[in-house]
Design a protein around this ligand. Sequence first.
Ligand code: SAH
Ligand code: DHB
Ligand code: MG
Length: 227
Amino acid sequence: MTQERWDAVDGYLVEMLAAGDPVLDAALADSAAAGLPPINVTATQGKLLALLATLAGARSILEIGTLGAYSTIWMARALPAGGRLTTLEVEPGHAQVARANLARAGLADRVEVRVGAALDSLAALEAEAAGPFDMAFIDADKASNAAYFDRAVRLSRPGALIVVDNVVRGGAVVDPASDSADVVGTRRLFEALRADSRVDATAVQTVGAKGWDGFVLAVVKAQAPAA
Ligand code: SAH
Ligand code: DHB
Ligand code: MG
C-alpha cells in the first residue's frame, strides 16, 4: 500500500466523518499563511482526540506542543462547561497564531496558551499545583518525550489518559540506522514505559495523510504514587 492510497482513504474518511468545519479550516489556513509547518494532527486524528477526551470525561486537559492550536481546538471543544485546557508552546510566533485561532473558535475563555520551554512550564504547573489533569496530549519535541511523559503522569489524576503523538515515524523507531534525537527520544519513552508501574500503556500504528506513524495511549493507574 502506498502513501497515495492512504491519502485517498484519509480523504474519504474525512469527507464521511469530519468534513467541512470552517473554524478548523481557517485555523489551518492562517497557520500556513503565518509560515507554521503543516505538522498538525489530521482531521480524523483530531476527532479521535476529541472522542477520547469525551470518553475520559475530561474536564481539564494538558497539551504539550500547541503549534497553531489545531489539535487544541479539537480537544477543547470536547470539554464540558467550565472545563479548561492548558497548552504549552516554546515559539512565541506559534502561540500568537494559536491564540487568534482559539479566539475565532470561541475557546479563548477556556484555553490558556503558555509560552516557554515545556519542561519549564511543566515545573511551574507542578509548583502551582495546577493539576490534576484528566487527559494529556504530548506532541512537542520528541527528544524530551520521556521527561514530558513523567511530568504528565505527575500532573494527572488516577485514571487519566495520556496520548503521545508520532511514536512510530515511518518505522524509524525500530530502524537501527535511525539515530536522530527524535527517534532516540521515542525509544527512551518506550524504555521508560516498559518500567513505569504508574501506568498501563499500549501503542497503535496509524496510516493516513501523515504517512505511517502511531500513538501511545496510557492510563494512569488508580493507585499511582504522587511523585
Ligand atoms: N499539537 C499540534 C502540533 C504540534 S507541533 C497539532 O497537532 O495541531 C510541535 C510544536 O511543539 C511546535 O509548535 C513547536 O514549536 C513546539 N515545541 C517544540 N519544542 C518545544 C518545547 N521544548 N517546549 C514547548 N513547545 C515546543
Ligand atoms: C513533526 C512533528 C509532529 O508533531 C508531527 O505530528 C509530525 C511531524 C516534525 O517535527 O516533523
Ligand atoms: Mg505530532
